[in-house]
Write a protein that binds this ligand. Structure first.
Ligand code: 13P
Ligand code: SF4
Length: 348
């Protein structure tokens, strides 16, 4: 657990972090990307942190990989690469930086470390976990293998390194269907997200897919009844769901895709009104680039993603903590599963 009062005192002694409207006014390029969702008063609070982090990034030759669920001031203010889990994993294989700061959750930082054993990978808050990653251990993978002998194990990237190491290949929500179709097996084990597995099974009926019973605490909260009622109250709204939602929610929606898939759909379709059935920050982050789209409706917050703040990122780069480590024998096996996924995706 981070000692925030102490960290705050140390940072304030080193950097000028008081709200600064003049600095905020000078940083209009950054602000323009989030002006629809961040007020000028809030920007005056964020701007000193954004300036300090971006200067430290240059000093340390660091890059920031920021997931689509980060808050707008992180996503637009300090992210060097922004995207879904697959885009961030691929970016981690391509960076020339010495240091990677992962603005996302712990499993994403582990994936970056697995792909870059020689680089320093920093996690601004080690408590940024994930309900899916917590739902399964290597013993769970062994249990599934015993139950379905010979079936390959496809594991969502939202898992710990040792679970990846016990699996045959990884997937993300962007490439799960492609990976399942490409495997030469009739029965396939998917872990740990039961809903992603069921949504994939609906698209690949020729294969028998069996799954672990994990779920995402953000997406499992939506119900088909919510979606039907929302559609009745807001006719004409395009409803776009992440595949971590239960299958009946996806069935009630107009489109389902990874967070990049959601962004691509909104960019291509430009609906007048859209409801994103996913984490709250997704709509905020794409709002300014889509001024003609009104984003409406309920959204759920991921408490793990929201542990990452500008203050913690500044501390992380200032103190070069907390460094992610993965034992070599685990990283070597996990890398095979992640790399197989990336290679298979590259084949198209
Ligand atoms: P994607 O960004 O890959 O769609 O994943 C969503 C998610 O829940 C990450 O934690
Ligand atoms: Fe995990 Fe769900 Fe949060 Fe993503 S949104 S990090 S899957 S709990």
């Amino acid at each position: 657990m981070l000692d925030m009062p102490n960290i705050r005192d140390t940072l304030r002694a080193e950097y000028d972090l008081a709200p600064n409207p003049d600095l905020a006014a000078k940083m209009q390029d950054e602000y323009a990307r989030m002006a629809r969702v961040v007020s000028p008063a809030d920007w005056a609070i964020h701007a000193p942190y954004v300036a300090a982090i971006n200067a430290l990034k240059r000093d340390r030759n660091a890059t920031i990989l920021a997931h689509n669920y980060m808050t707008p001031e992180i996503y637009h203010g300090i992210g060097d690469v922004v995207g879904d889990s697959l885009q961030l994993a691929i970016a981690a294989t391509q960076t020339d930086a010495d240091v990677i700061v992962q603005c996302g959750v712990h499993f994403m930082a582990e994936t970056s470390k697995i792909l870059n054993p020689a680089k320093t990978v920093l996690m601004p808050d080690m408590d940024a976990g994930c309900s899916l990653a917590e739902s399964i251990t290597p013993a769970g993978i062994a249990e599934m293998r015993a139950r379905y002998p010979g079936a390959p194990v496809v594991t969502y990237v939202n898992t710990t390194a040792d679970v990846k190491a016990a699996s045959d290949i990884c997937c993300t929500s962007a490439n799960a269907v492609q990976i399942i179709r490409a495997l030469d097996a009739d029965t396939i084990i998917m872990t740990p997200d039961q809903y992603l597995a069921q949504n994939v099974a609906a698209q690949v009926p020729e294969k028998r897919i069996v799954w672990w019973e994990g779920s995402c605490i953000v997406h499992e909260q939506y119900t088909a009844q919510d979606i039907r009622e929302f559609r009745d109250w807001n006719p004409g709204t395009r409803i776009i769901a992440h595949p971590e939602c239960p299958p009946d929610v996806v069935a009630e929606s107009d489109f389902s895709g990874s967070t990049k898939g959601i962004l691509d759909y909104v960019s291509a379709e430009r609906p007048e009104r859209a409801m994103l059935v996913t984490e709250c920050s997704m709509a905020s982050n794409i709002s300014d680039a889509h001024p003609d789209v009104e984003f409406i409706g309920p959204c759920n917050m991921c408490p793990y993603m929201k542990k990452i703040t500008l203050e913690k990122v500044l501390w992380s780069l200032h103190s070069m903590t907390t460094e992610i480590t993965v034992p070599e024998n685990v990283a070597d096996k996990a890398r095979l599963a992640v790399q197989r996924m990336i290679d298979l995706g590259a084949k198209g």
